[in-house]
Structures are given as C-alpha cells and as structure tokens.
Design a protein around this ligand. Structure first.
Ligand code: NCD
Ligand code: ZN
Length: 345
C-alpha cells in the first residue's frame, strides 16, 4: 500500500503546555488532528471552568490560521474540587472530562489526589452528570516497583471505582500493561483506554539497553515486550474500547537530558506516522481508522469528523529538535527515519 486515507482523527490525550512552547507544538497537532483532549496539568493546574476557558483561548491563539482545530478541555481533580465545579463543567460545552492524577504519580501531579476514596462523592456527581473521568492509573507508593505501579493500581483503586460507580464513563489513560488491557476488555462498555505510539512501538530495551535514552522515558514507564504485544493486539483488534491518545508531552531537551530527567515523550510531530508504523507492522493498517478517528469520538459522544488525512509511504528523517534555544524539544525518533509521511492537506 502506497497511500492511506482515513477520516480526520482526534487525539484523546495530549499535553501542549502554555506560554511560548504552544507556538512550537500546536501546529504539529493541528496538522494531524481535528480535535484533542487537552490535559490540565499546567503549573498551576487547570482546576476550574474559568481557568480552562482562558487556557482554551491561549491554545486557539497558537493554532495556525489556515488550520481548523478544536481543543477539548479537561479539569484537574484535586482534594478540594467541589460538586458545584463538576456541575459547572458538565454544563459547559467546552469541558469534556475530569482528570485524576494520584498525587505525585507524574509530571505536575503534586496537586493531585492523595486520598482517592475521599473524593468518591465527586465520582458520584460525575456519574450522575455523565461527565467522563480520565485516570492516570498508577500507584505512587515508594515501596511499589515502578514497573508494577499500573498493575497494582488496578487492584488497589480501579476495581473499587468501577464497582462503586457502574455508570461512570472512565478512560484508563495510556495503558501500558497486559493486565490493564485485560481489565478494560472485561469491564463494561463505559470503560475505555487510550494507547500511546511509544507503548505500541517500543519495549523497555529501547530506553535502557545500550545506554540510557531519556527521550523514551515517560510515565507509565515503557514495559517489557510481552506487554507491548498485548497493547498492539488491543489497538489493532477493532475493539472500540481502545483508541488513540498520544500523551505527547513536550519538555525542553535540557530537562530530559539531565541527572533527573522529566517524564514525557514528544510525539506530536509525527503521531499518525508512528501509529501507522505500529499498525503496519501488525499487518492491521485497515484497523487504524477506527482506532484513530471513530472510537474516541464515539466514547466522548462527539460527532465523527468529516474531513480526511492521507498518509504516504515516503521515508523522511525526523529533525533533531523543534523550537529554538532553551525551549527546544527533542522529538521521538529524532534523527531517525520514518516510513510514513502525512501528506499536505
Ligand atoms: C506527562 C507530562 O509530561 O505532562 N508525562 C508523561 O510521562 N506521560 C504526564 C502524564 O501524562 O503522565
Ligand atoms: Zn499524559
């Protein structure tokens, strides 16, 4: 196959940050995707509808004029989020979900939730008002091995949440393990998951064998090959519970290439190309459109997009960096060749 045309896709899990870096990252996403679920883990976090609307405007300012892109905003849950704010969010056409970060689990999660059971009344309100809950599913316990944190979260918290709030729509974000895939498959139809390109393409050897490679470091951390295979199987199965969410997470190169490097892979420059490579390797390019363009929109009860994008089988080399100076970002597969290229629209 030399070209692949699919309905314009959506990115159901994206970090774009705020300030100057928006100008570097927004054109990448807006070229590829019609819409994206925007993560609220700014410093300080986006916890109210008012803040999210201001952030939304800032994002729109950074979208090139010739591109049509809609940010789908989310709010960051804290121990002090109120039921009144959940009502406000549910009434807003711009707010599409709440994000739960266990406190300390990942980048900018310090204001996250320390006691998940204590916010059950908020989950009850979300269930009743039918607004989705997006979960970073990792325990933060120091005693828990970092490669086990997702699996342990399922038994410690996730089953409790799904049992207590059977009507709540939940996205288990960026699943990375066979156990999370199985949990989502066996759960009710209102439980779904996003899968990133890096977790489909790489196992932990990419990050740790032959030298430590910080640009492959993200959370949840990339796991062993058996887990990657389970993720590829889920993503290419045609099961609508699994859909595209890049988790593209820009950090300045200097903060990644450091004695204590930040978590997050930048993939917005070539998100569809990376997914296409993973689907092609699994001989499942015919399943890419559902995963990228239909199932996420259906889950969020948004209309499917009307335009298309075309990928061409043309090799190209990813540049070493995007952006200038201190804010420059090293993309996934920097200086390496990709097999697919998004055609100019
Ligand atoms: C994300 C970030 O940098 O904001 N980092 C990451 O490793 N994925 C946060 C997140 O989604 O965990
Ligand atoms: Zn993320």
């Amino acid at each position: 196959m030399k070209t692949l045309t699919i309905t314009k896709p959506d990115d159901l899990h994206l970090h774009v940050r705020n300030g100057a870096v928006l100008k570097t990252v927004m054109p990448h996403t807006a070229r590829q995707f019609a819409r994206a679920i925007i993560m609220p883990n700014l410093k300080p976090p986006v916890t109210t509808v008012v803040q999210a609307l201001i952030y939304r405007e800032e994002i729109l300012q950074a979208v090139p004029a010739e591109l049509d892109f809609t940010p789908l905003m989310t709010l960051y849950l804290t121990g002090s989020t109120t039921v009144a704010e959940i009502k406000k969010a549910a009434e807003s056409e711009y707010i599409h979900a709440f994000k739960l970060y266990p406190a300390g689990a990942t980048t900018n999660s310090d204001s996250g939730v320390a006691d998940i059971k204590a916010i059950y009344p908020l989950f009850a309100a979300m269930e009743q008002l039918d607004i989705p809950l997006l979960i970073h599913g990792e325990v933060t316990d120091d005693a828990c091995d970092i490669f086990d944190r997702e699996r342990v979260f399922i038994d410690t918290y996730l089953t409790g949440i799904t049992d207590n709030f059977p009507g709540l729509r939940i996205v288990v974000e960026h699943v990375t393990t066979a156990e999370a895939v199985q949990f989502v498959q066996e759960a009710d139809a209102n439980i779904a998951a996003t899968i990133t390109p890096q977790h489909l393409l790489f196992n932990r050897n990419a990050m740790l064998a032959g030298g430590i490679k910080p640009h492959y470091y993200c959370l949840p951390i990339i796991k062993r090959e058996s887990h990657r295979l389970a993720l590829v199987k889920a993503a290419t199965s045609g099961n609508p519970k699994f859909f595209l969410g890049t988790d593209s997470a820009p950090h300045p190169t200097s903060l990644k290439e450091s004695a204590c490097g930040c978590a997050g892979c930048y993939s917005a420059h070539a998100a569809l190309e990376l997914y296409a490579e993973a689907f092609e390797r699994a001989d499942a390019l015919d399943k890419l459109e559902g995963f990228a363009s239909f199932y996420g929109a259906d889950f969020y009860r948004l209309p499917r997009n009307s335009g298309t994008v075309t990928l061409e089988k043309t090799a190209w080399k990813v540049p070493p960096a995007y952006g200038e100076g201190e804010l420059s970002i090293t993309p996934l597969k920097a200086n390496e060749e990709l097999r697919w290229k998004l055609a100019k629209g």
